[in-house]
Design a protein around this ligand. Sequence first.
Ligand code: KIV
Ligand code: NA
Length: 256
Amino acid sequence: MAITTGQLIQWKQQGRSIVALTAWDYAIAQLLDAAGVDLILVGDSLAVVLGYETTLPITLEEMLHHAKAVRRGVKQALVVVDLPFLTYQESISQAMHSAGLILKETGAQAVKLEGGYPAMVETVARLVQAGIPVMGHVGLTPQSVHQLGLRQQGKTQEASETIFHQAMALEQAGVFSIVLEHIPADLARKITQKLNIPTIGIGAGVDCDGQVLVTSDVLGLGEKHPPFAKVYTNLRETITKAVKDYASEVRDRQFP
Ligand code: KIV
Ligand code: NA
């Protein structure tokens, strides 16, 4: 049975932690799904795999292309796709159109969008009313990099209260889950205790209802990774060694 948004909410109630990772193509998605990951996010961090500096340049077309490939690799996990920068902030109708294309063309079950300010909460409510499951994302929101940088958010009392209220407003609007990115652990714990829907943390401490990381960070594929990521293996080294071994065998006429 494929995992549903309702299942995630049940797992929160049962205290079963939710495992989430990002994917960008069929091969990676198939591996993560078979390894038992609960939620696979086609994050706009796909930008990094495509060689962009920030998430801002990614287009809806690029997200659709990669999300279709990911979806083909997944049997169990819930597949969530990020709405890219400026494909949902302009108006409710723009958000509806973009989210609709993602659900209709990729077969993903949900979309994720950034921000918990009043206009975005209204957009979320309208998407949810139309039958589109939405995941929220507050704290460090990388699409606002030119305003926020990549610093931890919610450090002052005021900023902390703003994020807390954004999370509550998003739950009210009907999100099935919220990503809490790079905020103090005690703020993430307070939000997690307050909400009925699961929080998925990234750089937000151990008390979230689940954790997400960018898979290229976990695998050590990227050139750099954020301070809160844990690098579980170094695929850059593994791949470099394999390629160099192959190259020398070809040059020495040892292969084939
Ligand atoms: O794009 C992404 O990978 C994300 C996760 C870091 C939550 O939004
Ligand atoms: Na993202």
